[in-house]
Design a protein around this ligand. Structure first.
Ligand code: ADP
Ligand code: MG
Length: 244
């Protein structure tokens, strides 16, 4: 369904992605973990053209394009197939939860307002916020805000959802609700690429875990392979650090 090949990206002299290959099949849950600064966010951003890679190719269903020379039309169709859940939710503070979820439907997908409202309500119901339609982000907890972010992503019915450390900015007691929503999506067959260090989540739902360091995929495998039996020294060291 989605395949990226030999992706490179530098910021000035800093090489951030050094030849990344990734294949994602429909229904896959891919978890990427790795130290801060290893290029995880940049990789997700290159996949949906929030960042322009220096080289590499993207294949996405019928689309095949170089990442550095994609036409506007291709960028727009890739964006329609993907949704992004950010580390810090990125909600509009002057819009209610419902309006935040409707925004992408009305503006991005040109869906009529009444229809968009129905879809947005269903998405908010799904993430457990049926009683918060009219709340502004400031009157929601961090976990609820993040769930609005997830509702916004699922509302547009994307082929793949990219999650960038969706729980890392949350207080520990708020993480569980967000992970539960993500687990439900995973169990329903949603295709997801998830940057997270939540090992419980990875063990429960990941089809593949990838350890990334210094712009490369160091090691990948099943959750058991990576967590119980890592082969590379760098993976072992990293796991030791996050398990502490
Ligand atoms: P991660 O998400 O794994 O923490 P990032 O992809 O955010 O890593 O960043 C990888 C490296 O690229 C870091 O050293 C970061 O400072 C640098 N970087 C990221 N975005 C930019 C940017 N827009 N301009 C310059 N450097 C950047
Ligand atoms: Mg990051």
């Amino acid at each position: 369904m989605l395949k990226i090949t030999d992706v490179h990206k530098s910021f000035g002299k800093l090489q951030v992605l050094k030849g990344i290959d990734l294949t994602v099949s429909k229904g896959d849950v891919i978890v990427i973990l790795g130290p801060s600064g290893s290029g995880k966010t940049t990789l997700l951003r290159c996949i949906n053209f929030l960042e322009t890679a220096d080289s590499g190719t993207l294949e996405f269903d019928e689309i095949k394009t170089p990442l550095n020379k994609a036409s506007k039309k291709i960028i727009s169709s890739v964006r329609k197939k993907t949704a992004f859940v950010f580390q810090n939710h990125n909600l509009f503070n002057n819009k209610t939860a419902l309006e935040n979820v409707m925004e992408g439907l009305v503006i991005g997908r040109k869906i009529p307002k009444t229809e968009a409202e129905e879809i947005a309500k269903k998405a908010l119901d799904k993430v457990g916020l049926s009683d918060k339609y009219n709340n502004y982000p400031s009157s929601l907890s961090g976990g609820q805000q993040q769930r609005v972010g997830i509702a916004r992503a699922i509302a547009v019915n994307p082929d793949v959802i990219l999650f960038d450390e969706p729980t890392s900015a949350l207080d520990p007691e708020l993480i569980g609700d967000v992970l539960n929503v993500m687990k439900t999506l995973a169990n329903e067959g949603t295709t997801m690429i998830v940057v997270t260090h939540e090992m419980g989540f990875a063990k429960e739902v990941a089809d593949k875990v990838i350890f990334m360091d210094d712009g490369v995929f160091v090691e990948q495998g099943s959750p058991e392979e990576i967590f119980q039996n890592p082969k590379e020294e760098r993976t072992k060291q990293f796991l030791k650090r996050i398990l502490k």
